[in-house]
Design a protein around this ligand. Structure first.
Ligand code: NDP
Length: 301
C-alpha cells in the first residue's frame, strides 16, 4: 500500500511517520519539493495545483494530511494564506482522492464550535467558529465531505508533542524563571498527544479500508478535561515530583478576558469521543497519562 503523508514535520506529521510505517510505503513530504523514488514531488499546501500534480503522479491508496496553517492568531491577518492551506488544499486533496478512489485522512479542530456551554461537543452539534483559523478549518471539512471521497476527519484539541514547542514546555521554562505564573482558568479541554492521534489514525485507517462505511467525521481527544491553569499546575507538580528545581511559588488563575489575543478562543473545547470509541472499538486513556509520558521525555527521566 502506498501512503502519501503531507506535513511530515509537524507535531502530528512526525508521529505519523512512525505509526504509518508498518502499514505500507510512506511517501512523506513537507512544504518543500523533495526528491523521492517517484521523482521530485511538492508537498506545498499553499499551491493546490502542485498538490494535485503530486497526487496524480504518485497515485497513493491513502492520503494523510497532517499539514495545516496552525498559527491561530496570525490567521486573523494572513486570512488568504490560511484559507488556501486549510480549505483549498483540502479540496484539491479530496478531489484527487475521489479520482483515485483513495482514502483521505485529515485533522480538524474543536475551534469549529463557538465554545459556549459546558457539554462536550458531539459530531452532530451545530458549528460556528469564533476565529478565522476555525472558519478555514471548517471550510476544509466541508469541502472534503462535499467532494464525495472516502475520508476520515478527526477533530481534536490542544495538541502537544515532545518534539517542538508546546504549552507544557513553556510552563516548565517560565516556572524555572518566575515566581508567579498567570494562566487562563476558564478555557476547558483535553491536551491531546500527537502520539495518540497517530496511533488512532493507524487503527482507523486499517479498519476503514476494510469497511469504507466507517468513513466520516470523528472527535478524538483523551479522556477527562482540564483548564489551562490546572494543566500548568499538573506540569509543575510532575516536574517537582521528578526533582526539578523550579522558582515558581504561585500559579494564579486568570480569565480569558485578562489575556487578550488577536484571535478569540472558545471557552468550551470539550469533545465527546463516544462515536470514535464505538466505531473503532477503542479505549482512550486519560489526558494525564500522555502528558506525563511527554514530561518524562522532556525532563529526560
Ligand atoms: P503543526 O503546526 O505542528 O504542524 C503543521 C505542519 O503543517 C507543519 O509541519 C507545517 O510546516 C505544515 N505546513 C504549514 N503550511 C504548509 C504549507 N503551505 N505546505 C506544507 N506544509 C505546511 O500542527 P499540528 O501537528 O499540531 O496539527 C496537526 C493537525 O491538527 C492540523 O490539521 C491542525 O489544524 C489540527 N489541530 C491542531 C491543534 C493544536 O493544538 N496544534 C488543535 C486542534 C487541531 P512548517 O513546519 O514548515 O511550518
Amino acid at each position: 500500500m502506498k501512503i502519501l503523508l503531507l506535513g511530515k514535520n509537524g507535531q502530528v506529521g512526525w508521529e505519523l511517520q512512525r505509526a504509518l510505517a508498518v502499514l505500507g510505503e510512506v511517501i512523506a513530504l513537507d512544504r518543500h519539493t523533495s526528491q523521492t523514488a517517484y521523482g521530485e514531488l511538492s508537498g506545498d499546501l499553499s499551491s493546490p495545483d502542485s498538490l494535485r500534480d503530486t497526487i496524480r503522479r504518485l497515485q497513493p491508496q491513502v492520503i494523510v494530511n497532517a499539514g495545516a496553517y496552525t498559527a491561530v492568531d496570525k490567521a486573523e491577518t494572513e486570512q488568504e494564506l490560511a484559507h488556501r492551506v486549510n480549505a483549498l488544499a483540502s479540496q484539491a486533496m479530496a478531489e484527487e482522492a475521489l479520482r483515485l478512489d483513495a482514502l483521505l485522512i485529515h485533522y480538524s479542530t474543536d475551534y469549529v464550535f463557538d465554545g459556549t456551554g459546558t457539554t462536550a461537543w458531539k459530531e452532530t452539534d451545530a458549528v460556528s467558529p469564533v476565529n478565522h483559523y476555525g472558519t478555514t478549518k471548517l471550510e476544509g471539512e466541508r469541502l472534503i465531505a462535499a467532494s464525495g471521497c472516502k475520508h476520515l476527519i478527526f477533530r481534536t484539541s490542544w495538541v502537544y508533542a515532545s518534539r517542538g514547542n508546546n504549552f507544557a514546555k513553556t510552563m516548565l521554562r517560565l516556572a524555572r524563571e518566575r515566581t508567579t505564573l498567570n494562566v487562563i482558568a476558564d478555557q476547558i479541554g483535553a491536551p491531546t498527544g500527537a502520539e495518540l492521534l497517530a496511533d488512532v489514525t493507524a487503527v482507523a485507517l486499517q479498519q476503514t479500508l476494510k469497511q469504507p462505511e466507517l468513513g466520516g467525521i470523528y472527535h478524538l481527544a483523551p479522556a477527562g478535561e482540564v483548564s489551562w491553569h490546572a494543566y500548568a499546575q499538573y506540569v509543575i507538580d510532575v516536574a517537582r515530583a521528578q526533582g526539578e528545581t523550579l522558582a515558581v511559588e504561585t500559579v494564579a488563575p486568570i480569565g480569558t478576558v485578562d489575556y487578550p489575543t488577536p484571535a478569540r478562543r472558545p471557552l468550551n473545547s470539550r469533545l465527546n469521543t463516544e462515536k470514535l470509541r464505538e466505531a473503532f472499538s477503542l479505549h482512550l486513556p486519560n489526558w494525564q497519562s500522555g502528558v506525563t509520558r511527554m514530561l518524562m521525555e522532556v525532563l529526560n527521566k
